[in-house]
Design a protein around this ligand. Structure first.
Ligand SMILES: [Zn+2]
Ligand SMILES: [Zn+2]
Length: 129
């Protein structure tokens, strides 16, 4: 169901973390420009070719089409592979890359395909009680 990434170049997000007795890896692929379909959307670059990490938008390097960062990210899927902290089985999940506030923390929540336990990928590496 999910495709393991081969390089960080293809990704806009990657995380690898331990959750209780389990762990989860999750990643988000860059997508093709929705307008021209010729290139993958990326952060804009400056005159010296440096990537503007903090930019609030993504730009197509081929046609210049620009999408606001949040709108672009929420159109993507986040893929994950995990060892469930509840049942110990391995599984995979893909959900929209939309963070929700859970206990006040921006979270991507996936459900274990075996036991339906919540597996939360929180924005910060903060421990949740
Ligand atoms: Zn384009
Ligand atoms: Zn489980």
């Amino acid at each position: 169901m999910v495709t393991e990434p081969e390089s960080m170049e293809e990704l806009i997000y990657f995380t690898n973390r331990t959750i209780g007795d389990g762990n989860v890896r999750a990643w988000v692929y860059r997508s093709l420009c929705p307008k021209c379909g010729k290139a993958k959307m990326g952060k804009p670059t400056g005159k010296q070719g440096q990537v503007k990490i903090r930019a609030k938008e993504y730009v197509c390097p081929a046609c210049g089409y620009t999408v606001e960062k949040k709108a672009y990210e929420e159109s993507l899927m986040i893929e994950s592979a995990y060892r469930c902290p509840s049942c110990g089985k391995e599984g995979e999940a893909a959900v929209p890359y939309k963070r929700k506030k859970i206990d006040g923390v921006d979270t991507i929540r996936v459900h274990c395909q075996h036991c339906d336990a919540n597996i939360d990928i929180t924005k910060k590496m903060k421990e949740k009680k």
